[in-house]
Write a protein that binds this ligand. Structure first.
Ligand SMILES: Nc1ncnc2c1ncn2[C@@H]1O[C@H](COP(=O)(O)OP(=O)(O)OP(=O)(O)O)[C@@H](O)[C@H]1O
Length: 524
């Protein structure tokens, strides 16, 4: 457990993709079976510790951590597990001289009953050092949320053993933790696992930004870019699975969609929630938020936010792999496939009818649909290839929204930026004149601006909380973001998607920064 805890700790402070890959790969090579298998399960989000519910962690907090201090700190730290690990009282017993392995930890956590869970966890926390406490709480709360996607962990696994990551992806979901067959294959002691009889994930085709380019619509087909979540639906041997963009199995969150898909094959599309007004039309991303991240969904949730999938590609029809076909041919196959599905749950993403690129520009500018994020352009003669390939798919988003916000807190960055205060929390005004955080950003600025902001933070610090500095509420930052939605996690009630710093507004007094009410009006 100590090595895994050290890995998590390093991953949190590492932002570069290659550096993260190396950390994970080195850990996998240095760790025995089945510990490394459980670590992969934790990193990919496949670790299912049924007995341990967030409510139990809350019970634990209330018993051993001052709840007021917890709530205050949670706002600064931004992560439940990290906050509890920081505030956990010094152990009353010495740290365990014989630390548990990750396998032993998983075994104990998996066999906890509801009633014994808090006491057992408390004992384990008391016997751990700070890094281990953090790792333990992260595992117990379910998702690690340390900036490592399932895809990244699998790439690190493939790198460590000289395998092709796509080959790993294709078998991954047919196997279960701690993946003995996978490690046997990786280390040359076993054959490559086969998954002909289980529904497995196929890597997604991704897009590049269009930037300032124009394309010829004779070569490219245009579709709306729907603002939902990407899903691949696979049905084989009577089983249906839904996979997210990162290859995670999200079937449990969308049982309504899974139950309605019974045609053998694999399709690709955008998962959306039905809008109530016109019935059948898509609601905004905001509505979809209600269904995300839930492993179990209540009947009320299913009724209030019915999901459907707008399909735009087909990868497998029956047992025929269509990925090598041109987009035009796959599109024809998709048009023949979709009518076989339940129309209540599945429709097809229509191709936009535009005479030329200039006409398309006009159509895009005129779109007001809350579920539309822009336009996709797809090369008509291109096969379906996993990953991002130049020139095949383009995304052409609508112009970003902006708001003027006031810097509130700052934290050091990592890697090249570790000596600078480069991560900022910013806020907007309530009607009563209180400043409440609305988001965090660390990108969008030049090195020169970074130095300028770092100097501001150092010269205007009004308080410190661990690694966080609170600053004088005088500096206005113009923040660009893709959309805004309601959030129960922020006191302000709003959260931005993809916030980044557009400009430093030295010309604007903080009192004239935007109000939260203005942001609320931008919720789609
Ligand atoms: N009609 C469509 N065709 C393809 N992708 C679509 C369509 N409508 C919405 N999308 C979404 O747009 C994304 C295309 O951008 P990209 O391949 O770069 O993925 P991404 O990194 O998830 O992008 P983003 O965060 O910009 O949505 C797809 O992943 C998918 O979720």
């Amino acid at each position: 457990m100590h090595a895994f805890a050290a890995l998590l700790d390093s991953l949190i402070y590492t932002r570069g993709r290659n550096a993260k890959l190396k950390l994970i790969a080195d850990y996998l090579l240095a760790t025995p079976d089945p510990d490394r298998g459980w670590a992969m399960a934790a990193l990919t989000g496949d670790l299912d510790l049924k007995g341990v519910k967030p409510a139990l962690i809350r019970a634990l907090i209330e018993e051993r951590v001052d709840p007021v201090l917890f709530r205050m700190s949670r706002d600064y730290v931004g992560d439940t597990a990290e906050t509890v690990a920081l505030l956990w009282p010094a152990p009353v017993v010495p740290v365990d001289p014989e630390p548990l392995s990750i396998t032993q930890v998983v075994d104990r956590l998996r066999h906890l009953s509801r009633t014994e869970a808090p006491a057992m966890l408390a004992t384990m926390l008391d016997r751990s050092d700070a890094e281990e406490r953090f790792a333990l709480l992260k595992m117990a709360t379910g998702a690690l949320r340390i900036g490592v996607s399932a895809r990244l962990a699998k790439t690190a696994f493939a790198d460590a053993f000289g395998l092709d990551v796509e080959a790993v992806e294709e078998v991954w979901h047919g196997l279960s933790a701690p993946y003995p067959e996978l490690f046997a294959w990786a280390t040359g002691t076993g054959a490559q696992p086969t998954v002909a009889d289980v529904p497995v994930f196929r890597p997604f085709m991704l897009a590049h930004g269009l930037e300032d380019a124009r394309v010829d619509l004779a070569d490219y087909a245009a579709e709306w870019k729907w603002d939902g979540i990407r899903v691949q639906i696979v049905h084989v041997a009577g089983q249906t699975r839904l996979y997210s963009r990162t290859g995670d199995d999200v079937t449990g969150s969308f049982p309504d969609v899974a139950a309605a898909f019974a045609e053998t094959g694999a399709v690709d599309g955008e998962l959306l929630v039905k809008g109530d007004a016109q019935g059948g039309e898509a609601a905004s991303f905001n509505a979809l938020q209600q269904r995300l991240g839930r492993k179990m969904v209540s009947a009320k949730m299913l009724a209030d936010y019915p999901a459907f999938v707008r399909l735009y590609d087909i990868l497998v029809d029956g047992d025929e792999d269509l990925r090598a076909l041109k987009w035009t041919e796959r599109r024809a196959r998709l048009e023949a496939f979709v009518p076989r599905l339940d129309p209540d749950r599945f429709d097809i993403s229509q191709v936009i009818d535009a005479a030329d690129f200039t006409a398309l520009e006009g159509i895009r500018a005129g779109s007001r649909d809350a579920a539309i994020e822009g336009v996709m352009l797809k090369r008509r003669d291109s096969p379906y290839t996993g990953g991002r390939r130049a020139g095949l798919w383009y995304k052409w988003k609508r112009d970003p929204l902006t708001a003027d916000c006031v810097m509130m807190y700052a934290q050091r960055g990592s890697g090249r930026r570790s000596s600078y205060y480069s991560d900022y929390t910013f806020g907007c005004w309530t009607e009563e004149g209180e400043l409440l955080p609305v988001g965090k950003a660390y990108s969008g600025i030049t090195d020169e601006e970074l130095r300028q902001l770092d100097k501001f933070v150092r010269n205007h610090t009004t308080g410190r909380f661990g690694p966080v500095r609170e600053v004088e509420k005088t500096l206005v930052l113009e923040i660009a973001f893709d959309s805004i939605h309601t959030s129960t996690r922020h006191k302000s009630g709003v959260a931005m998607r993809f916030p980044r710093i557009a400009r430093i507004r030295l010309d604007k007094p903080a009192a004239e920064a935007d109000r939260i009410a203005t942001l609320q009006n931008l919720i789609t």
